[in-house]
Write a protein that binds this ligand. Sequence first.
Ligand SMILES: Nc1nc2c(ncn2[C@@H]2O[C@H](COP(=O)(O)OP(=O)(O)O)[C@@H](O)[C@H]2O)c(=O)[nH]1
Ligand SMILES: [Mg+2]
Length: 392
Amino acid sequence: MHTTPRSNRLHIALFGRRNSGKSSLINAITGQDTALVSSTPGTTTDPVLKSMEVYPLGACLFIDTPGFDDEGELGEMRVQRTLQMVERTDVALLLCEGDETDRLWKERLEARGIPVVPVLNKTDVRTEVDATMQRIEALCGEAPLPVSAKERTGIDAIKQAVLAKLPADYGEQTITGALANEGDVVLLVMPQDIQAPKGRLILPQVQTLRELLDKKCLVMSCTTDKLTETLHALAAPPRLIITDSQVFNTVYALKPAESKLTSFSVLFAGYKGDIGYYTESASAIGDLTPQSRVLIAEACTHAPLTEDIGRVKLPRMLRTRVGEALQIDVVAGNDFPADLTPYSLVIQCGACMFNRKYVLSRIEQAKRQQVPMTNYGIALAYLGGILDKIEV
Ligand SMILES: Nc1nc2c(ncn2[C@@H]2O[C@H](COP(=O)(O)OP(=O)(O)O)[C@@H](O)[C@H]2O)c(=O)[nH]1
Ligand SMILES: [Mg+2]
């Protein structure tokens, strides 16, 4: 349970007024008392993320928001943080009260393609439960689920509703897609250079390996310097070779003609984002001028490998190609400008820390503003002249 990465969990966010019982409801759903509950409005001041295994939903991440009616300057900041959480929500639980705010939020969430489960909490102490339910149904076009977080009633119905409202393809996305199937020999060429973390593999490699094993592929792995020996050791050429973008050309030169070749970052571009828009947008690199402005967006603020690509390697490659004057802005973590139009291109990192939903929200924003957006892996492949040699 502890090893399911956050980014792969079903993100369930709770929205509602302060004191509506959002934190209590998380406790009721998870059967634990981990979310801070208090009768003082505004106890949950920042969105709180909680990883939890919930039957029958599986690995979940609960997003406990501060409440959308917070007051004052500080309150406004919290409402902003709540809005940010919308971007990464897979399913929303909306704690309704039977007024206009319910409709506003239901529409706001659905406008972003987020399925909403309306809930009427505190049914243990409410008078006129039926009338309130009817009012909410009139407002939201859907009757809420009556629950009591305190008495822990109605909780199973919430889980069922979440399952029923999940997009049909939720969780269907795989890393290797149609490139690898049961019985295929797949070779992973993974340079363990100084940038590789000591004693372990990086997350994309671990996740790819796990998926291939689940698919019942025959997986072999080696470092770049052992590629030739490894190929000799195999009775037949591997069906697919997956490697690091950094050594792509070396592997390309040595690989058997019948083996398909791709890179971890390209696979993750598709797994985490929109590979079509990414590859199409990569050609914007060719149109950059010294007057252009490029935005580089990193998900994590700590990984040395990523930092090297986003802050050093990509800027250097871009400036060598376009000119020293090229303006490059770097944002990290959750920071992402609302207005992307000053930029000729956005380059997003591999986003192993983000869920797919969040990356897709960013891509949607870029598309709306007609700004090309690609990612590290695709940009590096384009700059290295290998984009057309890669299986995507
Ligand atoms: N009677 C009753 N009280 C509840 C229920 N859910 C929450 N509360 C109480 O409402 C108050 C606010 O709950 P909390 O979960 O902190 O609300 P939040 O601000 O939306 O996170 C607390 O005093 C809870 O004990 C419920 O179903 N029934
Ligand atoms: Mg709370």
